[in-house]
Design a protein around this ligand. Structure first.
Ligand SMILES: [Fe+2]
Ligand SMILES: [Fe+2]
Length: 184
């Protein structure tokens, strides 16, 4: 898998897990009380997989290679994406705060949970689309074979640092199975 296939694979998993978070929030909104433990599992997935590992693959592996092709880290598209990653972190902190509550959700807390979950789903979908449609195709045109090799080494180094992601992808597939509404 080259870096673009790797990032695309992660985007697909993140995208479908967003559908699951949307399904979870819809249940809360409908007055069903889904597993609170699963909210913690959503937080875990988005923090560790999307906000940590996926962001590192973009910011630490892909972006430095793009700076050799006229992209800047401090202005333009890469700066914008990096700023969005910071915003993503803050949205996830809001979700963590709801997940960290000791007691069952009050009515107000349930609506706070739905509001932040929907904000995350919307924000992330727009973010993924921007990268898929605008950034990655441009980046793909630029990288040389040698740089793709460097990217593969960078990803391997990250995997060594964070460990294998199979458990997170399994977690995502369970949340997807439980919360993405089935099509008839
Ligand atoms: Fe990103
Ligand atoms: Fe991304």
């Amino acid at each position: 898998m080259n870096i673009f296939e790797h990032l695309g694979h992660q985007h697909r998993i993140i995208g479908t897990t967003l559908d699951a978070l949307h399904g979870y929030a819809a249940k809360v909104e409908a007055g069903v009380d889904p597993s609170h433990h699963d909210l913690t599992r959503f937080v875990l997935f988005f923090r560790e997989y999307a906000h940590q590992r996926h962001r590192d693959a973009e910011e630490e592996v892909l972006f430095p290679l793009l700076t050799k092709h006229g992209f800047s880290m401090t202005v333009g598209p890469l700066a914008h994406i990096r700023q969005q990653h910071d915003e993503e972190g803050l949205l996830l902190v809001r979700l963590m705060k709801v997940a960290a509550r000791r007691n069952l959700w009050s009515r107000d807390e349930a609506s706070e949970l739905c509001a932040v979950a929907r904000e995350i789903v919307h924000f992330e979908r727009v973010h993924l689309e921007k990268e898929n449609e605008l950034l990655f195709p441009k980046a793909q045109e630029q990288l040389t074979d040698e740089e793709l090799e460097q990217a593969a080494k960078g990803l391997a180094k990250l995997e060594k640092k964070h460990g294998d992601a199979a458990w997170l992808e399994k977690l995502a597939s369970e949340l997807i199975a439980d919360y993405v509404p089935k099509k008839d």
